[in-house]
Design a protein around this ligand. Structure first.
Ligand code: NAD
Ligand code: WQD
Length: 334
């Protein structure tokens, strides 16, 4: 009996794979390596001290994906695989819809065929659009502003409809807030291609002198210091949320459940910069710039449903996230 982890060599998938292995779970990883590297498999094995099967397979390649189900007794799937860059999704909507939606459809069709009806899906706080109030609860209205976000919303709907058609399916939708940080070993972390879009990798590049300064996108938002507020969550806390979701799905009896995975605490861009400086003793040069189109002022979770029903809370603070992020970058950025 194994858990299939799609996208398991990626940023969040690799951290989750380690925690699953360390807990004693058997896992199988499927990834096409479009945004990760094969070396990640050795790192996961080294850190966890455990072995697992890896298949370099694209979810769109039904024939080879079917082999994974034939050769293994898959009992649950954690579905991370997908393209995730908001800006790129506006330039390449066809690629994003095809990869994320069709990839999921191929996966769930094979799950049905092989009678594995338990899926944990990586969704995002982006599905809340501009929230009507804060903190954000799971039953808030949903809307999206870019193809990436729309793929998340559509997959949530697809999984919900599958459950409606066959109530043997158990679906857990996890809406992540802003994952940052890295494994405390410093061996694995976030490694974006090109100039980073997200703030934490960008700050790390400035700290490493790869970029001159951080552009702070707007200081006139309706927030305490005028800069954008987000719910940053340590990737290891996020990974541990998936272990709780697996525990939960094994006890479920034909349900769809949605959980916010965040800390519940919002920090501004300037607070994040201050925490990074304090944690690592490095000054981060920044300049105030124009607002970034599509950004919202503030976004943070009400994570109480995950606490009450999964027994999960995030325990790592912002300074720790900054320290772990930099440890990884310092070791790995050439
Ligand atoms: P990532 O890009 O590091 O990992 C995704 C992995 O999926 C990569 O290793 C990539 O090679 C693989 N992949 C993509 N398409 C595939 C396909 N068709 N077949 C097989 N493998 C494929 O991203 P991540 O940050 O680890 O995110 C994991 C999931 O969480 C994604 O679904 C993402 O949308 C979601 N999410 C991420 C964030 C974030 O800020 N990182 C926030 C909310 C939700
Ligand atoms: C955070 C804050 C920016 C860069 C994105 C996706 C979301 C989810 C997580 C996948 C904002 C500010 C940023 C910079 C800045 N991903 N910023 N200068 O936009 O909250 O969320 O990643 O699901 O869908 O949209 O994250 O890290 O880009 O920005 O001032 O160079 O930092 O304005 O306030 P975001 P982010």
């Amino acid at each position: 009996m194994s858990i299939l982890v799609t996208g398991g060599t990626g940023f969040i998938g690799s951290h989750t794979a380690i925690e699953l292995l360390e807990k004693g779970e058997e896992i199988v990883i499927v990834d096409n390596l479009c945004n990760s590297k094969i070396e990640m498999c050795d790192k996961i094995k080294e850190i966890s001290g455990k072995d697992f099967k890896f298949y370099k397979v694209d979810l769109l390649d039904r024939e080879n994906l079917e082999k994974v189900f034939k050769e293994n007794d898959i009992t649950e799937v954690i579905h991370f695989a997908g393209l995730k860059a908001v800006g790129e999704s506006c330039e390449k909507p066809i690629e994003y819809y095809h990869n994320n939606i069709t990839g999921t459809l191929v996966l769930v069709d094979l799950m049905r065929k092989y009678k594995c009806k338990n899926i944990v899906f990586s969704s995002s706080a982006t599905v809340y659009g501009k929230p009507k109030e804060l903190p954000i609860k799971e039953d808030f209205p949903l809307s999206t502003t870019n193809p990436y976000g729309t793929t998340k919303l559509m997959i949530e709907q697809i999984l919900t409809d599958i459950h409606k058609s066959d109530d043997e399916w158990n679906v857990i939708i996890l809406r992540y807030f802003n994952p940052i940080g890295a494994h405390e070993s410093g061996e694995i972390g976030e490694n974006p291609n090109g100039i980073p879009n997200n703030i934490m990798p960008y700050i790390n590049y400035v700290a490493a002198d790869k970029l001159d300064h951080l552009n702070v996108f707007g200081n006139d938002y309706d927030t305490p210091d005028g800069t954008g507020v987000r719910d940053y969550i340590h990737v290891v806390d996020l990974a541990l949320g998936h272990l709780k979701a697996i525990d939960k799905i094994r006890k479920m009896n034909g349900q769809v459940e949605i959980y916010n995975l965040g800390t519940g605490q919002g920090y501004s861009v300037l607070e994040l910069v201050q925490n990074f400086e304090k944690a690592n003793g490095i000054k981060i040069k920044y300049e105030i710039a124009e607002r970034r189109p599509g950004d919202i002022a503030a976004c943070y979770a009400d994570p109480s449903k995950a606490k009450n029903e999964l027994g999960w809370v995030a325990t790592r603070n912002l300074e720790q996230m900054c320290r772990d992020s930099w440890r990884y970058t310092e070791k790995n950025l050439k």
